[in-house]
Design a protein around this ligand. Structure first.
Ligand SMILES: Nc1ncnc2c1ncn2[C@@H]1O[C@H](COP(=O)(O)OP(=O)(O)O)[C@@H](O)[C@H]1O
Ligand SMILES: [Mg+2]
Length: 369
């Protein structure tokens, strides 16, 4: 039998990486293709040798090659991609995403979504591949803030499994509970059903390879947070607070949950939002409407840093409502505020990744409901 390498490559192009939905050649997951007589051998590059996709891909590759050469002996070797430590975290459903950054707050309305979206855009402008996942069941605002309200994600079949495709805007893939669940349905979700939905956003969503996936969490400490720490290795948390005492107290509680010994998610830093107000006609004046210093105090309390302060600016609110985030707007001061936060966050993330092991996925027998 005369075996043609090109025909094998064409056949292997029909096999998709279950994590990204890309064909495995485009995803550069095939190496060392050799043909000797009736024997065909090649190596597939998987996130880790313990990854559940290893067997899945092996069978799919053998099937694809045998569809053109039914009598050939197909030998598939597997090799770990190496490089990223998080890829080897046991049971990680998103080994191709290097960092998961959770933007959290104690209370609602402090600007968590505003910070999440503008942080993502600023990081992307610095050259990182970034995605946004909106998990705020009670008030998903990423669709509106990104100008994607009313859109529905497409669904694609990958190796017999239905997968959600993130919706892209400004070069950023996004997914939101708001795309798939009506708000009145979302608020009554509890326990295992809610857990199932949160997990789907990681397991059944075709995220591309990313440096950072930014999560917009619901406020406080609830079922979403608990499911999350049991589903993905979170690189770190960015805590958003306003300067008031009440916001500070709730933020501290929220932060302390992540710092519990058996959870152990590092706090990368604090963002103080609505830090002051400067009227356009008095550009040198700062009015501390909500008080002063909460961000710094909170950072100190959690042994972390203040990543930055964002003043109250009408354009930030307008940009949020109109789907034109401030990080892409033409107001230099606000753009710079978010750029500084992104730079500082990146520095903290790099330090964290150098100094500490990847966060473990929390195993717990606790069932919520
Ligand atoms: N620095 C800011 N200046 C002006 N308006 C802001 C600022 N931060 C947030 N907002 C506005 O405040 C509201 C609440 O912000 P949002 O990000 O939705 O909060 P959260 O996600 O914490 O509930 C939104 O209308 C948003 O546009
Ligand atoms: Mg929000």
């Amino acid at each position: 039998m005369n075996i043609d390498k090109q025909a094998i490559i064409t056949a292997l192009r029909t096999v998709q990486d279950p994590n990204t939905g890309q064909d495995i050649l485009t995803a550069k997951m095939v190496e060392d293709l050799e043909v000797k007589g009736n024997d065909i051998s090649f190596t597939i590059i998987v996130p880790s040798v313990k990854s559940p996709i290893k067997n899945q891909l092996t069978f799919a590759c053998i099937g694809a090659v045998n569809s053109v050469y039914p009598d050939a002996e197909v030998h598939v070797h597997a090799k770990a991609a190496g490089g990223d430590k998080t890829a080897n975290t046991p049971n990680n459903p998103i080994p191709h995403i290097k960092n998961v950054i959770a933007v959290a707050s104690g209370k609602g309305g402090v600007g968590k979504s505003t910070v999440a979206v503008n942080l993502a855009l600023s990081l992307q402008k610095m050259g990182l591949a970034v995605g946004i996942l909106d998990l705020d069941l009670y008030g998903p605002s990423v669709p509106t803030m990104m100008g994607l309200a009313g859109q529905k994600p497409a669904i694609r079949d990958v190796q017999g499994k239905a997968k959600l495709i993130p919706i892209e805007q400004f070069g950023i893939p996004t997914m939101s509970v708001g795309y798939i669940i009506e708000p009145d349905q979302a608020v009554v979700l509890r326990g295992p059903r809610l857990g199932g939905i949160v997990k789907q956003f990681f397991q059944d969503c075709l995220w591309p390879k990313l440096d950072c996936l930014i999560l917009d969490l619901p406020p406080g400490t609830g079922d979403v947070q608990l499911t999350l720490i049991q589903t993905v290795p979170i690189t770190g948390v960015v805590m958003v607070t306003t300067p008031q005492q009440v916001a500070y107290a709730d933020a501290l509680k929220g932060m302390n949950m992540f710092r519990l010994e058996n959870i152990n998610v590092p706090i990368l830093g604090v963002v103080e939002n609505m830090a002051w107000f400067t009227p356009k006609e008095l550009p040198d004046n700062k009015y501390y409407i909500f008080g002063e210093g909460a961000g710094k105090r909170l950072a100190k309390e959690a042994n972390t840093v203040l990543l930055g302060q964002v003043p109250i600016v009408q354009g930030i609110r307008e940009g949020g409502d109109e789907g034109k985030p401030a990080a892409w707007g033409d107001d230099d001061l606000t753009r710079k505020a978010f750029e500084d936060i992104a730079k500082n966050m990146l520095r903290q993330m790099t330090i964290r990744n150098e100094m500490m092991q990847p966060t473990s996925i929390v195993k717990t027998s606790k069932d919520f409901g």
